[in-house]
Design a protein around this ligand. Structure first.
Ligand code: PXL
Length: 278
């Protein structure tokens, strides 16, 4: 059978493998599969753990291997319904740009999660010019999913965890200038005790906002769970707002379950038990 006529929807997931810690591909692959989507990983970096709560993870830069893998896929014209990019190194942005250009021309949906920081800080290992370069990758995306920190970093604003209405309107306008069709901002706090997600369009119009009670714990991998579910739903044909609503609900339930087991499960989201409830 031809591989160019795929029987189910196929997503290229460009992201790292953090072997322990539950983020990136170790989250994305099972979630996409659970939603009936064929997940094809293009690993960017191989790490022993994520860079959040562990000292000195091992790292293997897979840039050269990425180029070889993509070239091999091209040799038999492997087709994708979606390109979903996440954590990558600065020298991999140009590889991702090529992939995006090629596959959006062929009709693939482009989802860029501009993974680079949280809670007001960039993750370790990124240089100061990274946000500007990631912003360029976002400009041709159908959907981007920055958290509040990443939204601020890409628009040059100073980080504040709680935004006034005027500050958020200003941020939404600056984000819409990036050029992506829809911008889904996660981890937005209208007040200290609430947190939620916001969707704006290319013109900076607010399409959706939904807030839930905030918990104080920092949990790694929330963004990856959210973006993976969102990707699955969008590729499955749902419209952006119902897909965001579903992803927000799923991630909220995973956070709740994780918080019930907070001491043992401090390193990532305990999403597994939700997989038979989708
Ligand atoms: O979940 C975001 C993420 C992805 N990949 C790596 C990370 C992090 C967050 O810390 O360290 C390697």
């Amino acid at each position: 059978m031809s591989l160019t006529q795929q029987p189910i929807k196929r997503v290229m997931a460009v992201n790292d493998i953090s072997c322990f810690g539950k983020c990136s591909l170790t989250v994305t692959l099972p979630i996409l599969s659970r939603f009936g989507i064929e997940a094809v990983p293009l690993p960017t970096v191989l790490l022993s753990t994520h860079t959040g709560d562990f000292s000195k993870p091992t790292r293997l830069d897979l840039t050269d291997e990425m180029k070889k893998i993509v070239a091999h896929w091209e040799s038999f014209q492997l087709k994708f319904d979606c390109i979903y990019t996440g954590y990558m190194l600065e020298n991999q942005l140009s590889v991702a740009e090529e992939i995006i250009k090629m596959h959006s021309m062929r009709g693939a949906m482009i989802l860029v999660d501009p993974v680079m920081g949280d809670n007001g800080y960039m993750y370790s290992g990124f240089e100061r010019d990274f946000p500007g370069k990631m912003r360029a990758l976002c400009q041709n995306a159908d959907v981007i999913t920055p958290n509040l920190t990443e939204a601020m970093l890409m628009t040059g604003g100073e980080y504040k965890s709680v935004l006034t209405k005027a500050e958020s309107s200003d941020l939404y306008k600056r984000l819409s200038d990036i050029g992506a069709k829809h911008i889904v901002i996660t981890g937005v706090h209208p007040t200290d005790d609430k947190v939620g997600d916001v969707v704006i369009d290319q013109n900076g119009c607010l399409l959706y906002e939904q807030y839930l009670p905030a918990t104080n714990r920092r949990l790694h991998g929330c963004g990856d769970v959210f973006a993976s579910v969102l990707c699955a739903k969008l590729v499955g044909g749902e419209d952006i707002l119902s897909a965001v609503r579903y992803a927000q609900d799923f991630t909220g339930r995973a956070i709740e379950i994780t918080n019930q087991d907070a001491q043992a499960h401090w390193y990532g989201l305990k999403f597994e038990s939700l997989m038979d409830k989708v």
